[in-house]
Design a protein around this ligand. Structure first.
Ligand SMILES: [Zn+2]
Length: 252
């Protein structure tokens, strides 16, 4: 059994979504986390979790979407959404430094507010990092993230960075880049198997014309095969380890 610890499947259109769910059932995906990126998107995640057995919700404001939300009372809104038993994570939150990003000071404030929410409701977080490893590590230390179960979503950093995350009780989430990125393969090879989880980060990839090539939760199986090859460990043992890690984080 497999757990996709980070997706945005709530953003698929209904018809695509029902096929995606059928495909994931055929691929033995037991749990799919649908992670919100705005208040409205987080509401969609909770709605979907109520409708579909294997879908669980995560609520959060993505650092790129901070200005999409006009509601200062979002923490209380998230608390309402967290009353649903299937809302089990705070995600997708984090820091993202690019041209035209929301000012870092504001990103940090929103990130820390959501970390505090996670602590208050005792839920794990999954965080996003782009060009902000040093800034994230500062917050990991100052906000004592080791007190929570945290997931470094879509990990693609160096071993040095991974080591600092591991030292702070943070799990490394491996996604499809492992299938083609040799440097990443070398880093992941050195991560203890009891600190690895997997995700597809599935969202509607309209830029790929061939619908069959869109990433879906069923692709977790490709990541499992690759990990089995990297670690030279039987795929069933990889599945069992990762399943247990995910269940522990999610408190399922
Ligand atoms: Zn994501």
């Amino acid at each position: 059994m497999l757990i996709d610890i980070h997706t945005h499947i709530q953003q698929f259109e209904d018809k695509d979504l029902s096929n995606l769910i059928i495909n994931s059932r055929n691929a033995k995906i037991e749990v799919i986390i649908a992670a919100g990126t705005t208040i409205e998107d987080s509401k969609k995640c909770v709605k979907l979790a109520k409708e579909v057995k294997e879908v669980y919700a995560a609520v959060g404001i993505h650092p790129q979407n901070i200005y999409d939300d006009k509601n200062d009372d979002y923490i209380n809104l998230f608390k309402e959404l967290l009353k649903c038993k299937k809302t089990i994570m705070i995600s997708e939150i984090g820091l993202d430094i690019q041209d035209n990003s929301v000012p870092l000071k504001i990103q940090k404030k929103i990130f820390i507010e959501q970390i505090n929410l996670a602590k208050e409701v005792n839920k794990p977080i999954a965080f996003h990092v782009r060009n902000a490893e040093k800034e994230i590590l500062d917050i990991i230390m100052s906000e004592r993230l080791f007190e929570l179960n945290s997931v470094a979503h879509y990990f693609n950093g160096t071993y040095n960075y991974a080591k600092k995350l591991l030292d702070n009780n943070i799990f490394i989430s491996v996604a499809k880049p492992i299938l083609r990125d040799k440097n990443l393969e070398e880093v992941i090879k050195k991560i203890p198997l009891n600190k690895i989880v997997i995700e597809t980060d599935s969202y509607p990839q309209y830029f790929k014309k061939n619908r069959k090539r869109w990433t879906e939760p069923k692709d977790l199986n490709l990541i499992i095969m690759k990990l089995s090859e990297i670690f030279k460990i039987d795929k069933d043992i990889i599945i069992e380890n990762i399943y247990n890690n995910s269940k522990k984080i999610l408190n399922l």
